[in-house]
Design a protein around this ligand. Structure first.
Ligand code: OAD
Length: 250
């Protein structure tokens, strides 16, 4: 890993516009299960069976039980060294961070210019998009709701997690910001299986637009063959190593 880390450190040091895309692998060392890893199932369900508007319409209680379980687990999780390094790099001008993670651990690590393309598990919105709330989410960090599903404070109807479900579009402003961020010198895709679009397409957009593209992952993904540099390793090891090589070279 060291020659790759050295090459990456040099690239990051000189990049004027750095964009980092993160996925569940970045939060793995914090104790957050990845979606497609060994702990990806909840009861007998796959995320794709629960994270859809159809699943919620059919059985809102079941979907909320899954989210309540995830919120409870997440409440005990802290940002790890990968989040910390990304937060430090985000302070540089020209750095943008796009995350698919809904856990808000990047925010808690102090990341700036963060684009949360799949929303936040700590925000809710009105299922009916009632006139008072519209589509505007509100923050709610309750761990144990008195009853499920929680309610919209305006209309009393059901609230839903303000996350993007399969079959739903990203919020327009997030998609625009993410596409804009593919215009960069260096694009790092960290800890994502690169199978869920449109996020998985961003690295290809960046490459088409002239960026040097890098993947950091424990294993090969469908993107590995297309990036300029694929680094096999854990985000919480590789990123601090790169950061320390950058400090040593200063
Ligand atoms: P996945 O669970 O699909 O993939 C996690 C990736 O992280 C895998 O490629 C692992 O090899 C890698 N990985 C695991 N631990 C790692 C570590 N310590 N360091 C580096 N890499 C590691 O998660 P995502 O790609 O984020 O969507 O999934 C994309 C989307 O699918 C999620 O945002 C979610 C899900 O369904 C929605 O909720 C809409």
């Amino acid at each position: 890993m060291d020659s790759e880390a050295t090459a990456l450190a040099a690239r990051i040091a000189k990049a004027e516009r750095l964009t980092i895309l993160t996925g569940a692998g970045v939060s793995a060392a914090s104790g957050v299960p990845t979606f497609r890893g060994p702990e990806g199932l909840w009861r007998q369900y796959r995320p794709e069976d629960l994270a859809t508007p159809q699943a919620f319409a059919r059985d809102p209680l079941l979907v909320w039980e899954w989210y309540a379980w995830r919120r409870e687990r997440l409440a005990a999780c802290r940002p790890n060294r990968a989040h910390d390094v990304i937060a430090a790099w985000s302070q540089r001008s020209g750095c943008r961070v796009i995350t698919q993670n809904v856990d808000d651990l990047h925010l808690r690590a102090g990341t700036r210019s963060l684009i949360r393309i799949h929303g936040s598990i700590w925000e809710l919105s009105c299922w009916q998009s009632c006139a008072a709330q519209g589509g505007t989410p509100w923050r709610d960090e309750t761990i144990r709701f008195e009853s499920l599903p929680p309610r919209c404070p305006s209309c009393g109807g059901m609230a839903r997690p303000a996350v993007v479900w399969f079959g739903e579009s990203l919020r327009g402003e997030d998609l625009r910001a993410a596409l804009d961020a593919t215009s960069c010198d260096l694009f790092l895709a960290v800890g994502t299986s690169a199978v869920v679009y449109p996020a998985a397409g961003l690295v290809h957009d960046a490459r088409r637009r002239g960026a040097f593209t890098v993947e950091i992952n424990l294993e090969a993904t469908p993107s590995s063959g297309d990036v300029d540099l694929a680094v096999l390793g854990a985000a919480e090891d590789v990123l601090p190593r790169v950061a320390s090589l950058m400090s040593a070279a200063e």
